[in-house]
Structure formats: structure tokens, C-alpha cells
Ligand binder design. Structure first.
Ligand code: FAD
Length: 445
């Protein structure tokens, strides 16, 4: 697109814009760098300008100008996404939503807020009235709620509440369209799925309404094991223990714990470890279960100390990959869902088959009412061909892979675009300006 950016900026007088090339380049990035494939494929992709609206009225103005000049728009929260979702393939506007930080209300276990609110800020506010967020990615301190809903899937809390996509975890959202005359549309009930996890292609989310959870005092614990499968079985058993209130069950095979320098004293050489977050009220019954599996409790941080020192959850989910890569940048990762099988046979099979090449990192979550291990295995990367072979072997053995090495929605976790989402896209983005190039179904047509 040929755009006269001076005219563009003049049309948006009063709205914050950033034109400094270095800043624009920085805000055109996300954390796709965990993937050597995406690093290669997205190198050099930058936007032309960053716009930082402070209100929905400003978003409507930006949308109108972008629709008029047919300028591509890549929406951005905190830019912590892992699949290059925030990287513009065709330049244009980077729409940074991080100034929209108003929390509207928190009542009866529901919160209404603007899309740029950071998860940690919402959680803190909610706890003042006895509530907390149901689930958060390990990027909780920086990630925005809009970015989490548009680009994330679940995380700490998913052991109890499932994933974002599960019915009931998102109550309503409001999106601004990129029509000739942009509108703000409110979606409620099942209609929220038209925008949930749509990578910023289905309207600019300005507000969200999410259900909360009762807030507990949480205790963080590390339990170590001599044997990986025993650690994994312990994770499954704790996940299945419905009476125990919990929000995190992570299991690492050796040598993953050696990547966590800050926790070295709690992680004996060659040990396999479970990182847990359990409600204080459930603590008394935990030693029995730990003993049953021959585990050793090596670390415990009380609820009072929650805000002091390191937080265990910042070593889990994709933070595990971050820590591993800071020691060995040749490491990359997979995202998997193992089949429902309490004996964890497929986990054991993959663990032995790949050995040290694919290091096992399990995150237990609730899926359709049952606890199963998701995994963000660490992979010692050699070639793209080998990586694809590893993925295919998992799939052939019944492991679902949400491939984090692609910027195409359908090739990741989706497999197929929801026809309802595509229909909604045609309405809200008639010129195909939103994050263009990320949907396979639209390229074919
Ligand atoms: P961004 O990265 O800014 O955006 C993500 C997507 O949402 C993009 O496609 C963007 O266009 C779109 N978007 C953003 N805001 C809007 C809006 N207002 N309207 C429309 N579209 C919008 N993810 C998990 O789900 N669970 C995890 O545990 C997890 N752990 C992570 C750990 C690390 C170390 C890293 C780097 C990433 C991790 N992620 C995880 C991925 C990511 O951090 C989260 O999904 C996070 O919630 C994204 O929020 P964000 O504000 O950074 O979104």
C-alpha cells in the first residue's frame, strides 16, 4: 500500500503515534524467537507506524482511517505471543492496545475491563474483593487480557478451570470493526467464540467480561523424584484429587531442572521435579500423597511470602523454554496434548523413544472434565526436517500437537478455521486488513 503517513498522522490528530523506526521495529516483534523456523520466516518484518489509542473512541477513529486508506492493522497487547501473531507480514499500522487499562467493575465473581489491562493488575484488584483470575499464562506480569484471549490458550489455573476456549471462561467482549463506518459490537454467550483465539483478525477487542475464581492463599512447592514416570504419575494423582484445591501441577524430567539457576539448591542433580501451587487449606493432606509416590518436598513458600523472591510459576509453561534457551539457545519446544489415559502410557513411550532429544515438560490441565497432561517439551533442535519428523511421530501415536513453529492459524493448534469465525471476519473486516497473511483459508480463495 502506498500511504502518505503525514496525511495519516494528521487525520489522527490527538491520538498517540510512534514513528521512530527503532521503536516501530521493536513493537513489531513478539516472542516467536523461541522457534528457529519462525525466526527465519519472520526476519525483517516490520510495521510502518505504531498507533496507541487511549479510548474506544480513538480506536474507532483509527479503524475508520485504516479502512479508508486500506492500511493493514496488526493489533498488539504486550507482544508476548509466541507464534509471530504480532508480527505484521505486510507492514502498516501496529495498533498497540496497552494504554487501554481501565477496569470497569468487579462484582459477584465477574470483571469488566478494557483489553489493555495487564493480568497481574486485574488479579491484584480482584483480590481486594476476594476474587482472582481463573487462569493466566506465565507471562501474567506483562500480558494483557485482550492479548491472552486473542492469542493465548490457558496456563496457571487451567488444572481447575480448563482452557480459555472452554465455554464459560469468557462471558462477553466488545470489538471495533474495520468497516467503512466502524462500529463497536458487543458479543455475549456462545458468540464470543467468533473472536476467541482469533489472533487479532476478527475485530479490535476493546473490552472484555470474564468470570473470576474465589481467591485463596496459595502455597508454592517443589517435590523431587528419582524417577520421571513416578513424578508424572504423582502429577496425575494430584490432578485427580478433586478435594485438593490447586492451580498448578508441572512435572519436569531431568535435566530440565538444571536450567533453573535461581532454584538450584532445591533441585538435586539428576532429579525430576514437580512444581506445585496448592491452596493453604489443602496443605495438610499433601504429605500423604507425596509419600505414596516416594517424593521429597524440597521447597515450600508460604502464602504470606507470595510476593517475595522468585515465583515458581515463572519457571513453568513457556517460561521453562525461556530459561532453557537462556542457557542453551539451540533449544526449542513443542506444544502437545496427550490422550486421556491415567496410566500415562503414551507419555512413557515418548519419554523413552526420544530420550534426551525431547525433554519432557508436563503441564496437567483439565480438558472436558478430565485431567490430562499437556506438554511443552524441550527439543534439542537440529534441522527443520528432524523437527517435523518429531512432530509427525507424536501425531502418529495419538499426541495432539499445536505446532508453535508456524504463523498460520490453521497450521498451529486450530487445524481448521471455524466457519463462524470466517463469516464474522467477512463482516467486521471486509477489506481483509486485520493481520493479513495468517489465515490459510483466505489465501486459497
Ligand atoms: P500479544 O502477544 O500482544 O498478542 C497476541 C495476539 O492477540 C496477537 O495475534 C494480537 O494481534 C492479538 N491481540 C492482542 N490484543 C488484541 C486486541 N485488543 N484485540 C484483538 N486482538 C488482539 N500463553 C498461554 O496461553 N499460556 C502460557 O502459559 C504462556 N506462557 C508464556 C511464557 C512465555 C515466556 C512467553 C514469551 C509467552 C507465553 N505465552 C503463554 C504466550 C503469551 O504470553 C500469552 O498468550 C499472553 O497472554 C499474550 O498476551 P499479550 O498481551 O502479550 O498479547
Amino acid at each position: 500500500v502506498e500511504v502518505n503517513w503525514e496525511v495519516f498522522v494528521a487525520a489522527l490528530a490527538g491520538v498517540e503515534v510512534i514513528t521512530d523506526a527503532a521503536q516501530v521495529a521493536k513493537l513489531s516483534q513478539d516472542y516467536h524467537t523461541f522457534s528457529p523456523i519462525l525466526q527465519r520466516d519472520l526476519a525483517g518484518k516490520v510495521g510502518d507506524i505504531v498507533v496507541r489509542p487511549a479510548t474506544e473512541a480513538e480506536v474507532l477513529r483509527v479503524a475508520a482511517v485504516c479502512a479508508w486508506y486500506r492500511i493493514p492493522v496488526t493489533v498488539r497487547g504486550a507482544g508476548t505471543g509466541n507464534y509471530g501473531q504480532c508480527v505484521p507480514l505486510h507492514g502498516g499500522v501496529i495498533l498497540d492496545m496497552s494504554r487501554m487499562q481501565r477496569i470497569g467493575w468487579i462484582e459477584k465473581g465477574v470483571a469488566r475491563l478494557e483489553a489493555g489491562v495487564k493480568l497481574a493488575a486485574l488479579d491484584k484488584k480482584a483480590r481486594e474483593s476476594g476474587w482472582e483470575i481463573r487462569m493466566a499464562p506465565s507471562t501474567y506480569r506483562t500480558a494483557t487480557l485482550g492479548g491472552f484471549v486473542a492469542g493465548g490458550s490457558g496456563g496457571i489455573g487451567s488444572i481447575t478451570y480448563g482452557q480459555l476456549r472452554d465455554r464459560g471462561n469468557l462471558l462477553a467482549l466488545k470489538v471495533v470493526t474495520l468497516e467503512d463506518e466502524p462500529r463497536a459490537i458487543e458479543l455475549r454467550g456462545d458468540d464470543v467464540q467468533k473472536v476467541n483465539h482469533a489472533w487479532g483478525v476478527n475485530g479490535i477487542i476493546t473490552e472484555l467480561e470474564i468470570p473470576l475464581a474465589p481467591a485463596y492463599p496459595w502455597v508454592e512447592l517443589i517435590v523431587t523424584f528419582d524417577d520421571f514416570m513416578t513424578a508424572a504419575s504423582f502429577g496425575q494423582a494430584l490432578g485427580d484429587a478433586d478435594g485438593i484445591v490447586k492451580k498448578l501441577i508441572t512435572v519436569f524430567a531431568a535435566p530440565i531442572p538444571t536450567y533453573f539457576a535461581a532454584l538450584r539448591q532445591y533441585l538435586p542433580e539428576e532429579s525430576h521435579a514437580a512444581f506445585l501451587i496448592v491452596a493453604e487449606s489443602s496443605l495438610e493432606v499433601l504429605p500423604g500423597l507425596i509419600q505414596e509416590y516416594g517424593g521429597k518436598l524440597t521447597y515450600q513458600k508460604s502464602a504470606q511470602d507470595a510476593n517475595k523472591g522468585v515465583n515458581l510459576w515463572e519457571f513453568t509453561w513457556n517460561h521453562t523454554t525461556l530459561h532453557a534457551r537462556s542457557v542453551d539457545s539451540s533449544i526449542t519446544y513443542l506444544q502437545s496434548l496427550f490422550p486421556l489415559d491415567k496410566s500415562l502410557q503414551t507419555v512413557e513411550q515418548m519419554y523413552h523413544y526420544f530420550g534426551d532429544e525431547v525433554m519432557m515438560h508436563l503441564e496437567f490441565i483439565r480438558v472436558n472434565g478430565a485431567v490430562i497432561p499437556a506438554a511443552l517439551q524441550l527439543v534439542r533442535y537440529t534441522t527443520e526436517e528432524r523437527l517435523n519428523e518429531i512432530i509427525r511421530y507424536h501425531e502418529a501415536n495419538g499426541v495432539f500437537i499445536a505446532n508453535p513453529h508456524t504463523y498460520i492459524i490453521e497450521d498451529g493448534g486450530r487445524k481448521q478455521m471455524d466457519p463462524e469465525q470466517l463469516k464474522f471476519k467477512q463482516m467486521v473486516d471486509p477489506y481483509g486488513l486485520m493481520n493479513p497473511g495468517k489465515i490459510k483459508a483466505l489465501m486459497a480463495s
